[in-house]
Design a protein around this ligand. Sequence first.
Ligand code: GLN
Length: 453
Amino acid sequence: CLGAIRAAQPSLNAFISIASDDHVLGLARASDERHARGLPLSEIDGALIAVKDNLCTTTMPTTCASKMLANFTSPFDATPVQRLQKAGAIVVAKTNMDEFGMGSFNLNSAYGPAINPRFPLDTPVVTGGSSGGSAAAIAANLGLFAALGSDTGGSVRLPAAFCQVVGFKPSYGRVSRHGLVAYASSLDTVGVLAPTVANARAIYDVIAGPDAQDSTCLPEAPPQASSIDLKQLHVGIPVDYRIAELSEEALASWSWAIDRLTQLGAKVTPVRLPQTPKALAAYYVLACAEVSSNLARYSGVEYGHRAEHQDQATFHQMIAKSRAEGFGPEVQRRIALGTHCLSRTMYDSYYLNAQRIRAAIRAEFASVFETAQANSVHVLLCPTAPFVAPQLKAAQALSQVAAFAMDVFTVPASLAGLPAISVPTDASGPLGVQLIGPYGREDVVLSVASALS
Ligand code: GLN
């Protein structure tokens, strides 16, 4: 696996750090011995894992793909990483990403873009973002069992669709965020990218559950894995997701999935989610507002890059220079946007309105899943992305707003904190479809996803 990672790195750029052979071999030998004695620590003892570079690890740096944290190694492991290691899994590399998670194509990395291994490398295609390195690492078949990613507005699901792997985002609060470097704290979740739903589930089973280190982590244990009787399953098709911009490929993969679930005996019904068109704008206001506050800590004083400065520079000039040098253009843009949205004269019309839309979206989802209602559904089925992965050059030429629009189908579930998964749909072109479940029902989403894949 390490050999495959090193061989793939020059063409895919999927990794930011790679563990040493000695470190990995030592852990692998210990795991082999446990297996030989018939005493593995868990189902995933010895599994090789890659971790997105915004999850803290003590064995490798955690850069968030930012110059700001280029030399930062965490003194502790993130809770999900710690749990995986306790179960015997081995972290072999840290993966490339959009800086601090901000982006949809992995173009906003201080280390350059990751490249999609599903397409010819002479005309490079993007991986999607922000967990692009994790998706590419799985798609390239390097011997990894799974990779951790993070999903604030689609960053696990979008690259999963673009690279045709499974991408699972649990409910907000299901997996501890302790040690996940904050982007937008009310939306951030830790997710899994994997070659199969079974692998994603095995990792999720280990990382999910209460954690005293994260006060937003759900106190109750996750529901046991269930296997839904597909003949009793009601699948909702959100007609409001059928937007004019939807490509033929996305439409075809959606129809393919609808047909497949129908053949398996599920009942498919159209549902309305009329607040959907407002989700994208609300998401970007809220996410940027939280960025402006979360990234204030990188001043070059306690954390991060400190610029060379003249002795006569003031304290504030030193901070300004450090931030100007350390943050890339997209991060700077979002800090400015968020600060603007939170300013006294703008707060009501931007931030408060976005919060109202968020509440309306959450209520709208809850009502379609409301079991007391006659036409309620167990799960929603919709596209993950409106298009197949664009070529690198085409993505670089897109405007900022066009890039934001890539997240049109992923941000609603993020605003509502719902569990969602993207599963590949080879049958209808290189894309994925998304299943969204009721809050806290990862079991439903995983079970339907395994039927679909
Ligand atoms: N593309 C979205 C953004 O840039 C989502 C990113 C994410 O989920 N981390 O904010």
